[in-house]
Design a protein around this ligand. Structure first.
Ligand code: A3P
Length: 285
């Protein structure tokens, strides 16, 4: 939550809003010529879909499949998670620093696919697309926006809902994001996983991911990662891993928390918007 308003905290780049404190037009320009490696591991998700959870799972899967303890020197960039959590976040020089990282490099992104560097598609990089129910995403985003200073604060949930539905939040519209990614959904280098399926059966979800990326792990490894990445376990360590963001980031970690804030009319409005943007696609199935 900040005393500054939306226009002071965000800037628009190619029609989409981004937080001014962590993103810049200069970095976006530099990102265009970023050279992806074919063995990069990319996690794509709209904000508040569980990105930090899956990021942690992926980093552990990579490290353990390389027979390294997560965090050990040489296990990709896992030893420096604070350096590159998001491809588009940071200073323009970070892409040069990334050229020195060992493979496989891990990166997350909230960008629409059309705003990603073209080398990602040219070099056939594998992408894990994480999706989550829009109502829980909006609820999570509302609380996060009020909890951290890089985003505007909202006096009421209704005000946030209006902004969320009209693309006036950071990283643009949930619906456009998914509709754009939906164009790639049948691409064999893209796998989709939902927050809800991961929550229901984390080990099954992890096995799906590991087999897609070709990581080899044993049953015990999967159980260990599942145990270390429960909501409770991650929340307990959150001030260590995410500093001052920890507390607001690991908020509830459940499916269906939208019921606390949505009115019946908002529920219907979102249903209609979802059907209009994504009805008939695999995203809606
Ligand atoms: P809630 O606000 O609904 O609790 P992101 O990392 O993309 O910003 O997403 C944040 C959301 O993921 C938050 O949702 C957070 O609680 C949830 N989350 C984080 N770690 C989790 C975990 N280990 N298990 C389940 N949900 C988790």
């Amino acid at each position: 939550a900040s005393l500054l308003n939306r226009d002071e905290l965000m800037f628009s780049y190619k029609g989409i809003l981004y937080p001014i404190t962590i993103c810049s037009a200069e970095a976006f320009k530099a990102l265009e010529s970023f050279e992806a490696r074919s063995d990069d591991v990319i996690l794509a998700a709209y904000p508040k879909s569980g990105t930090n959870w899956l990021r942690r799972i992926l980093i552990d899967l990579i490290a353990i499949s390389q027979k390294k303890t997560p965090g050990e020197e040489g296990s990709g960039n896992a030893e420096k998670p604070e350096e590159i959590p998001y491809l588009e976040v940071g200073d323009p020089e970070k892409y040069e620093r990334m050229t020195k990282l060992p493979s496989p490099r891990f990166m997350a992104t909230h960008l629409y696919p059309e705003n990603l560097p073209t080398s990602i598609f040219r070099n056939k990089v594998k992408i894990l697309l994480l999706i989550r129910n829009p109502k829980d995403v909006a609820t999570s985003f509302f609380h996060f926006s009020n909890g951290v200073a890089i985003f505007p604060s909202y006096e009421t949930w209704d005000d946030f809902f209006t902004d969320f539905m009209s693309k006036k939040v950071a990283w643009g519209s949930y619906f456009d994001h998914l509709a754009e990614w939906n164009k790639y959904i049948d691409n064999e280098r893209i796998i989709t996983i939902s927050y809800e399926e991961l929550k229901e059966d984390p080990i099954l979800g992890m096995k799906k991911i590991a087999s897609f990326f070709g990581f080899s792990l044993c049953e015990e490894d999967f159980s260990r990662i599942a145990k270390n990445t429960t909501f409770k376990a991650m929340k307990e360590k959150s001030s260590e891993t995410h500093g001052k963001f920890g507390d607001v980031l690991f908020r509830k970690g459940v499916v269906g928390n939208w019921r606390d804030v949505f009115s019946e009319a908002q529920n219907e409005e979102m249903y209609r918007k979802f059907q209009d943007s994504l009805g008939g696609t695999k995203m809606a199935a």
